[in-house]
Ligand binder design. Sequence first.
Ligand code: COI
Length: 366
Amino acid sequence: MQSYDIAPGVDAALGDFRVPERLGFGLVTAPVMYSVEYRDGAWGRGRLLPYAPIEVWPGSRALQYAELVFEGMKAYRVGRAWPNLFRAEDNCRRLARSAERLSMPAVPEPLFLEALDAVAGALAPSVPGQSGRALYLRPFLFGTESGYMLRNSTTFRFMVMASPVEPYATGAIRVLIERKDVRAVVGGVGEAKAAANYAASLRASTAAVARGCAVALWLDAGPQRTIQELSGMNLFAVIDGGLVTPALDGAILPGITRDSLIKLARHRGQRVLERRMPIDELLEQIASGACSELFACGTAAVVSPIAALVDADATEHAPARVDAVAAELREALLAIQERRVADPFGWTRDVARPPAAAPWARAVAG
Ligand code: COI
């Protein structure tokens, strides 16, 4: 049964859409989006709409006080006509935890999945078919009430928009160690996927790009000695042949790709340690060769090899190997995400078929 409305213009917008060859990350926006509103303590009925500007009050708390949490996920369609999602329920649970941290209402799982199915189902023919490419899905929840009082909105909106994408970065990335700014503090909102965290990282990201790096590496908010994560990605090191990643400390985003790699690597018989990672120790381990490789991971990044850590004084710390263990893990993860191999974890699920009333339902029937 169709439980969301389809706005006029959706079919035409889908019909006009052509996926260009060059995708980059987020350069191409899909022509439809989903939106549903929360008021009087309840979620309303969702709508699939043409992608277009939306009206929000200038005084909305999302704009004034960053009352906004989001997710990043992907639909895959490699060698198949119909796309699948990856760990969608985990993204829903994380959005609920993020919402709880900002005391916003959770998006119930059936509504969350309906929104993703509506967008990914309508866009099924536009989900890229080449390995490594995917339809990036961006669910986000924000407060729409206008007002300067520092309290939550009473009205909210949950939306999903999408982009056919390539991985966030191509090739091995250089990473700038951020020694001045801090991104997140334990007890703050660092472990929530809150827009405010990403705002806090922007100055360092801009500085990193200006110095020929892709992203910044964040250290703890105290003495700045312990590694947290990269902007928008979690970090892994290969140390003495095993994988090491910073333990979740209450300020680090619990990445779903991070968690998938830990489980996948252990399943493949690799040693994985989640522990405190002092930056000085890691730099010494790179110099001595004990740390042979570094890589970053995330939904957008997939598994990105790291060529070097660059320090504030321009010293480069380059591990001996680039994209060896990372390449194996990337391929093993993508093979599951893209359903090219059996999924021993039960992580993937088909996107639901569009409602029969959707004009594009016949075109994608099969
Ligand atoms: C993701 O990987 O989905 C993120 O949200 C990170 C963002 C910097 C693109």
